[in-house]
Design a protein around this ligand. Structure first.
Ligand SMILES: [Zn+2]
Ligand SMILES: [Zn+2]
Length: 241
């Protein structure tokens, strides 16, 4: 799915909705919406556009779809979306916020963990200084990413969002005592900070898969399956405080 620029959440993935869902989400309300494969619609639009057979609940009962059938379904839905009167592309994080706020108003427990106290893509400077401190205090291996002009340390920090925390990915640090020192450093670093939710992941090694586009002749690399050795989530409990 594509990406959108949201004023609140900056770069995030998009969801396709009818205008009625969009109006509700804008007011942080989440009603009886229906998830029909790639569309999120209200009750009326579900019937109006005959999306009932595509609702995820009904799919679960039938045999799983093959890739071709799934692709057909997506094209079919995109066509419906193209012709929908009043349609919207929304930020998926805004939808998540509405879902949680609605559950809280209803006195229900949160539908999924939320990270309201994490550094996100609005905090570029803070994330950069954390990264600088971390690499000044520990010796990290260099990344082996192909085609990179100048490889950085094998230490990557992904900004958090409403639905996931700031994530620190570290490669080649395999000894438990070294991992522990890094974790203790991060605990201390965030001890007195308000935005302190962090996930730390230690991976055995980087795995890069090479791809080349036969039409353009351009080669590129993407991450393959990497072995996660250890994962620690700091300050991730008690999200509702
Ligand atoms: Zn609708
Ligand atoms: Zn948003």
């Amino acid at each position: 799915m594509g990406r959108t620029f949201c004023e609140k959440h900056r770069l995030s993935s998009i969801e396709l909705t009818c205008q009625h869902v969009a109006e509700e989400i804008k007011n942080k309300r989440y009603g009886r919406f229906h998830d029909a494969a790639i569309l999120l619609v209200c009750e009326d639009c579900l019937h109006k556009y005959h999306l009932e057979p595509l609702e995820d609940n009904s799919l679960a009962l039938s045999d799983p779809l093959s890739d071709d059938e799934r692709l057909d379904e997506i094209f079919h839905e995109l066509e419906i979306f193209e012709h929908m009167e009043g349609r919207a592309t929304l930020c998926s994080e805004c939808i998540a916020v509405a879902k949680v706020e609605q559950a809280r108003r209803n006195g229900e427990i949160d539908p999924f963990p939320t990270y309201e106290r994490t550094l996100n893509s609005n905090h570029g400077n803070e994330i950069e200084s954390f990264q600088t401190q971390l690499s000044a205090n520990f010796k990290f291996a260099k990344s082996v990413r192909p085609f990179a002009k100048k490889n950085p340390f094998a230490l990557f920090i992904k900004p958090g969002a409403y639905t996931y925390p700031l994530t620190v990915m570290i490669y080649y640090v395999t000894s438990e005592s070294q991992q522990e020192q890094i974790i203790q450093f991060i605990i201390e670093y965030f001890r007195w900070k308000d935005l302190n939710q962090v996930k730390v992941q230690f991976y055995e090694a980087e795995v890069w898969k090479l791809k080349s586009n036969p039409e353009t002749g351009i080669s590129s690399a993407e991450r393959g399956m990497e072995k996660l050795l250890r994962e620690v989530c700091l300050n991730c409990l008690k999200e509702r405080e």
